[in-house]
Design a protein around this ligand. Sequence first.
Ligand SMILES: N[C@@H](CCC(=O)N[C@@H](CS)C(=O)NCC(=O)O)C(=O)O
Length: 282
Amino acid sequence: MKSPARSGAYAKTRVFVYARAAPVLSVVCGNKRPRARVWAAEVCHPSLARKRARPGKDKASGRFWNRYSSPHLPPYAIVYFPVRGRCQAMRMLLADQGQSWKEEVVTMETWLQGPLKASCLYGQLPKFQDGDLTLYQSNAILRHLGRSFGLYGKDQREAALVDMVNDGVEDLRSKYITLIYTNYETGKEKYVKELPGHLKPFETLLAQNQGGQAFIVGNQISFADYNLLDLLLNHQVLAPGCLDSFPLLLAYVARLSARPKLKAFLASPEHVNLPINGNGKQ
Ligand SMILES: N[C@@H](CCC(=O)N[C@@H](CS)C(=O)NCC(=O)O)C(=O)O
């Protein structure tokens, strides 16, 4: 079968392979959007590359690796704009869990043409593929990854707390997005003034869990930790020093960011060179 790239269907498709170990992919787009200006990138940071000689059960993650999930064709694909935005938490989660994934980067020009937007369930991105499972809604994607990798607390009680934290993160993220995209110039001062009140609940949660020396819930990392970490990192850019009066949160950010795979991802060009938001404000 002729590959889409070769047939010219994806004139603007490009493949980036960052991994030392990963072989070049010949086909990266499995969708059918003629002339879509989709740039595809295989993100497989050297530090994240894993050697899986043949399909089977991966001991580290417990996931079954099949033809969709070999190092040659990762099972995960993120379709999103060229920003960190609502995808950086899931990228951090995947990186920290030693996963590789494919990026389909959608330019605003492509998006405004309409067909891709029309094809998305809620008319928005991100879109996420896990093999043949297609998901929309960033928090649903995080929860799915949480269930896939055991990042959802150790029991039902912890799972409920993880949900509670993640909903709190979403509330603050929504406020942040509104500020960034609707009233950055006129609203920033007020936003920064009110920020401590929005950060305090997370400091309280940390204090209640092993004196703040562990994760946001329990003894193991959860998808809410990645979401909270992303949000806190963004706020440290918006308002440097905003965590200075929250010693537990400050230490938490430093501790999570120092996890070896996460540290490598946060230092990688794939993270560093990607703007936080789509309008240049941060
Ligand atoms: N609740 C959705 C919100 C998604 C969303 O707001 N997507 C924005 C980009 S971050 C988008 O697609 N904007 C373009 C549009 O609405 O046309 C989620 O969490 O995934």
